[in-house]
Ligand binder design. Structure first.
Ligand code: ADQ
Length: 403
């Protein structure tokens, strides 16, 4: 066993995995089976018995480690799709705990979940918890239906599920950000200077459209680029008055689908610039790197519009971070209706990201929106995120767990 690490007053107990387990449990089962399946099977999920075996083994190791470190009566909060079997395994090892699990990604409709050869085991694994949290009400409803279909769970009297003699609460807890931290970070004078410098460099007269994402096929970066190119072709926007800055963090590169997607996005950027750039004016600035927090804030501040177009996303925090940074109430958010955040951020311009001309129209509308309309929308968005921040999310979940 690796020794515990102490940081920021928190004792962390690492759970060690072999390289083989990282591959089979993390890169393969988590990211080639569960991730695509739970994101509406945008890419075909792959099913492999040996990946599943590694998933079970690693989940059991996490459960054992928690059982060794938790005391009777403690509350345990498990996170995300990598550890869906842990709640039931942990309950078996240590029945006297309060167990919660929160899924950061969508939960698919029953028909898709039913593709999994191990659907019953996974649903039963989750049902070991006292509280199962999802990003949206429809994710929670999808899980309810799956649990009623594939396990012995039954509907309880109060909308919860009843599993043998236990009550399991299934609910939505939309995650958020630390609004105050982003808002005050964006009022820092060095961040403001960096934002002005970005504006100066791209041309102060140009509208800046911004995309910030992990390089992931769920994020719709290719669709966003195509929608922007559509507006350039149509002449509704030009490189003289507009630029798209796309910041993309490399992610899960050992998964073949990710390497292919990265290549195709980079070809697309080259094609758009090849067709539309003029001396001193590219259409798309593309950065493949992770940015330090202050630099990220400077981009949020510099951008006239934030373009968030995932084909499927549990929540999407980038949309919320952008809004929190807009202290002067300027700026426009274009947001996919298929991101969990769209359930809350109704004053964004909502788009179907697969509708290229519709998204293109939304981008043009965002770039040209009159300041008064933009401010009215931004004020409402900010008010929502300020009052629904990450502290409220954590208190809500832990409150439910301790009820
Ligand atoms: P992610 O899929 O990673 O998270 P998201 O919610 O957008 O997606 O969070 C990404 C984070 O990475 C943001 O905090 C953003 O600032 C940061 N980031 C992105 N690009 C960056 C860059 N180039 N440099 C530095 N930082 C960058 C998963 C789910 C989401 C869900 C979250 C939280 O897929 O749907 O919102 O968990 O539950």
């Amino acid at each position: 066993m690796i020794e515990a690490i102490e940081a920021g007053g928190i004792r962390m107990q690492p759970v060690s995995l072999s390289h083989r387990e990282v591959d089979a449990f993390y890169h393969c089962f988590s990211n080639r089976t569960i991730w695509p399946l739970y994101h509406d099977a945008i890419h075909a999920p792959e099913f492999d018995e040996s990946w599943w075996d590694a998933y079970v083994r690693v989940n059991a190791r996490f459960a054992r480690s928690i059982a060794e470190n938790a005391n009777h009566g403690d509350s345990v909060w498990i996170h995300d799709y990598h550890l869906q079997l842990v709640p039931a395994m942990l309950r078996e090892l240590k029945p006297g705990l309060r167990i919660g699990i929160f899924l950061h990604i969508p939960f698919p409709p029953r028909e898709l979940f039913g593709w999994l050869p191990w659907r019953a085991r996974i649903a039963e694994g989750l049902l070991g918890a006292d509280v199962i949290g999802f990003q949206t009400e429809s994710d929670a409803a999808n899980f309810m239906t799956a649990a009623l279909t594939f396990t012995n769970a039954r509907t309880g009297s109060d909308g919860a599920l009843s599993v043998y003699d236990r009550r399991v609460r299934i609910d939505s807890f939309p995650i958020s950000i630390d609004f105050d931290e982003f808002s005050s970070g964006a009022s820092d004078s060095a961040v403001k200077r960096a934002a002005e410098s970005i504006r100066r460099k791209v041309g102060p007269e140009r509208r800046i459209l911004l995309g910030v994402d992990r390089l992931d096929y769920t994020k719709g970066i290719d669709l966003r680029l195509r929608a922007f190119a559509h507006a350039l072709h149509a002449g509704s926007l030009s490189v003289e008055n507009c630029v798209l800055i796309q910041v993309a963090v490399p992610s899960r590169e050992p998964v073949p689908e990710y390497a292919r997607m990265r290549d195709s996005i980079e070809r697309l950027v080259g094609r758009i610039n090849g067709e539309h750039a003029v001396p001193g004016r590219v259409a798309v600035h593309y950065f493949r790197r992770s940015l330090p927090r202050k630099e990220l804030l400077a981009y949020y501040l510099a951008a006239d519009a934030m373009i968030v177009t995932p084909v499927r996303d549990g929540m999407n925090l980038v949309a919320k971070e952008y809004v929190a940074c807009r202290n002067d109430e300027s700026g426009v958010l274009v947001l996919s209706e298929t991101a969990g955040a769209a359930q809350e951020l109704r004053e964004a311009i909502l788009v179907n990201p697969r509708d290229i001309s519709g998204t293109s129209d939304a981008i043009v509308r965002a770039a040209k929106m009159p300041a008064t309309e933009a401010a009215a929308r931004m004020i409402a968005l900010r008010e929502h995120i300020r009052s629904h921040d990450v502290h409220r999310w954590a208190d809500g979940f832990l409150g439910a767990l301790c009820e």
